[in-house]
Structures are given as structure tokens and as C-alpha cells.
Ligand binder design. Structure first.
Ligand code: FMN
Length: 377
């Protein structure tokens, strides 16, 4: 479709062509052609289009790092993969569309070095520190241009995907690229020819679930604002559900990391300072970071190195629920213990957990059991 997009179209046809470009520029991971080289001139063409994007006071502080050299791609690929595995260890499992997206993202993390071109858009600021507070004005001078680049690439038969997971190790990438401290990375856009050229619009929530006409008071009901993603769609979902699910998956991954690392303070930092924490409906309530850290100090010493499996979280507004299956071993005797249950969590606006309700069953006979095949479904 890319050949027909802009040229030769007029009026309504042009709008249709442009809309099609906008709604079919998808996150391409598995369909990046890792074997076909990309002419850098094509990337330069896309970047020339991107440079027409709006930016604050037309200051044009964007800087575009284009990486084609295999050794450098390998090194950046290693940083990316490490950051990805830290954030989404294999213990984080999912189902349905989330599982497909996670598997695609994992595939990308494992193959980033093989993607022929990595584009790293940056902003050069006057100092090494990003401003406190709302940074929309800063990043707004880069991110529209990044999207323009991706659209221009799609129009030329190239596939891209917006990635940011490497920013967890931003300094490592900066070192590899020789970036000065004043240059801040905004994203990393793997770019390659695509395998095939048919891309469909993705599942998104209906407009009326997020639209406020003439003020917030016109807000849609809460259940409409964060609806579950539809399971059926005219176009099978190519990738992820809503960002809420991703954020909760991320939180859970960090929680499991903290336990596996034996780091109760890292776990405590995932909760709001006044969070309430119930290990079970009839257990005493713990409240606040100190009591949660104390509890986890005991857990990590009694039950180190857990094997944790999680189902796909169900997210509705600020609440989330997830099933878990967990095998731990007594560090002295090696005797295993299997527990399974579910968590019902409430999240604060800053992404930390404000309320933890846990329901769990303990297998009493000291066995290490695998979940039934449909258990975490
Ligand atoms: C700010 C941002 C950060 C993202 N980070 C990553 C990432 O680190 N790795 C990845 O594989 N995809 C990443 N994505 C891609 C999203 O998962 C993708 O845009 C989303 O699932 C929608 O895909 P779709 O447009 O094909 O439906 C990111 C997207 C955005 C906008």
C-alpha cells in the first residue's frame, strides 16, 4: 500500500490514504526483515520528513543517532536485552493479547542487534538535568518528530516500533554512542523492511470512553473510562491491550525481582508510604512502608529464591487482580512448599500500590507442584 499513499491522490482519496497510513502504522517486531539491508539514504529521507514536525519555538534541539554498524548494534542490543529481562523476567507470564505482545517484545529484545538500523532520537538541552515537574514541553519538542519518522518509514515500506525499555540503562547506551551529558535519549526505533505489507488497525477503546466534551465534568462513567479490551475485533489484535495492563505487569515484574533478589527495601519502594497490606482476610493489617519492609525481610530470609508464575492481570481503573502460583524451598532442608492464590491491588496515581489484599492456599504436604495447565489462564 505504501506506493499509493500520497502521490496521485486528491481530495477525499488523499484523506483516506493518509488516514490509512495513520491507522496502519503498527508496532512491527516479528515482521521486521532482519536479513534485508536498509539503504541509509531511505532513512535520511524519512528523517527529512520528521524534521518538519512541530517543536518548541522552532528550537530544533533534536539530535538523531542512526546506528548501522554491526558491532555497535550488538552492544546496544545487549544493553536493551538486559534491560528488558530485568523488567520482564521469564516469571512474568501473560495470556491472550498481552501474551502475544510480551512474546513479540521478547523476540525483539533477543534480536535487536540483527535489526539493520537503530534510530535513537535525542534532545540536546542546556544542561545535564531534565527539568522537574511536567516535562511535556520538553519532550513535545522531540516525540512528534519521532512519530513522523515512523509514518514516513511506513510510507516507504519500512517497519518500525517505538521502544523505551533501554532507557532503564540510558547511561550505558549514552556511553556506547559517546553522547555528552546534555543529550537525553527519547526512544529507540528499530527500523527494517517489513515481511509483507498488510497491516491492520489495532484494537483501541472506543472514543466515547475517553472523550470529555467541554470539561472533565462530562466524564464517561468509570467502567467506560478503563474498559476491558474487546476480545473480538474486526481485525485480530496485532499487539497490546491498554497501558494500564502494561504498567501493572511492570509493577508485578519489579515485585518478583525484589523477592528474587532478596531485597525487601526494593519491595517496600513499590508501595505508597501509607499503603495497607493484608496477607489474608483474617490476618492483622500492616500499614506503611516500614511494616511492609519488615514483613518482607522475614519472607525473603525464610523463603528465598522463589519460583513465581503469574497469570495475566485483570485491570479496571486503579484496581488490578492477578493469580499467582509459587514454589519456595526451605533454605536449610530444601523442602518445597507450593502456594497459589490471588492478589487484589489498588494503585495510587503515581503507580505505587496503595492497598494489597492477598488470598492464598497452601499445599500442606511439602510438595513442589506445577500449576494445572489452565490454572493461570
Ligand atoms: C512510550 C512508548 C514506549 C514503548 N516501549 C516499548 C518497548 O520498550 N519495547 C517494545 O517492544 N515496545 C514498546 N512500545 C510499543 C508499544 O507496545 C506499542 O506501541 C503498543 O503495544 C501499541 O501497538 P500497536 O500500535 O501495534 O497496537 C512502546 C510504545 C510507546 C508509545
Amino acid at each position: 500500500m505504501h506506493g499509493a499513499l500520497v502521490t496521485g491522490l486528491a481530495g477525499a482519496d488523499q484523506v483516506t490514504g493518509l488516514d490509512e497510513l495513520l491507522v496502519t502504522t503498527r508496532a512491527v517486531r516479528r515482521r521486521l526483515d532482519l536479513t534485508r539491508p536498509v539503504d541509509v539514504e531511505l532513512v535520511r529521507e524519512c528523517l527529512r520528513v520528521a524534521l518538519q514536525a512541530p517543536n518548541g519555538a522552532n528550537g530544533q534541539r533534536w539530535r538523531w543517532l542512526v546506528v548501522t554498524e554491526p558491532g555497535l548494534r550488538r552492544d546496544i542490543g545487549q544493553v536493551y536485552r538486559r534491560a528488558f529481562e530485568n523488567r520482564y523476567p521469564p516469571a512474568v507470564q501473560a495470556n491472550g493479547a498481552t501474551a502475544r505482545q510480551l512474546a513479540g517484545a521478547r523476540y525483539l529484545a533477543e534480536n535487536l542487534a540483527r535489526v539493520p538500523v537503530l534510530v535513537i532520537p535525542c534532545l540536546e538541552l542546556s544542561g545535564p538535568r531534565l527539568p522537574d515537574g511536567n516535562q511535556a514541553g520538553v519532550w513535545g519538542s522531540l516525540l512528534p518528530a519521532v512519530w513522523s519518522y515512523m509514518l514516513a518509514a511506513r510510507a516507504r515500506g519500512l517497519g518500525t516500533v517505538w521502544t523505551t525499555v533501554h532507557l532503564d540503562a540510558e547511561a550505558d547506551v549514552a556511553r556506547l554512542l559517546g553522547l555528552p551529558a546534555t543529550v537525553h535519549q527519547g526512544a529507540l526505533i528499530p527500523t527494517a523492511h517489513t515481511l509483507g505489507d498488510t497491516f491492520a488497525p489495532a484494537p483501541r477503546h472506543e472514543l466515547d470512553t475517553v472523550l470529555h466534551l467541554n470539561g472533565w465534568h462530562d466524564k464517561p462513567p468509570a467502567e467506560k473510562r478503563n474498559p476491558a479490551m474487546p476480545t473480538m475485533s474486526a481485525h485480530p489484535p496485532a499487539a497490546a491491550p491498554g497501558p494500564g495492563t502494561t504498567a501493572v505487569g511492570d509493577w508485578l515484574a519489579r515485585f518478583v525481582d525484589g523477592w528474587r533478589a532478596g531485597d525487601p527495601r526494593a519491595i517496600g519502594a513499590l508501595f505508597t508510604p501509607d499503603a495497607t497490606y493484608y496477607r489474608g482476610p483474617f490476618e492483622p493489617r500492616r500499614r506503611g512502608t516500614r511494616e511492609i519492609v519488615d514483613h518482607w525481610t522475614e519472607v525473603v530470609s525464610k523463603w528465598p529464591a522463589p519460583e513465581v508464575r503469574l497469570g495475566a492481570p485483570l485491570v479496571q481503573g486503579e484496581r488490578a487482580s492477578v493469580e499467582f502460583w509459587c514454589v519456595v524451598r526451605d533454605p536449610a532442608t530444601g523442602t518445597p512448599r507450593t502456594t497459589a492464590g490471588s492478589l487484589v491491588l489498588r494503585f495510587a496515581p503515581d503507580g505505587r500500590c496503595a492497598r494489597w489484599h492477598e488470598y492464598f492456599s497452601l499445599r500442606p504436604d511439602g510438595a513442589a507442584l506445577e500449576p494445572a495447565p489452565d490454572w493461570l489462564g
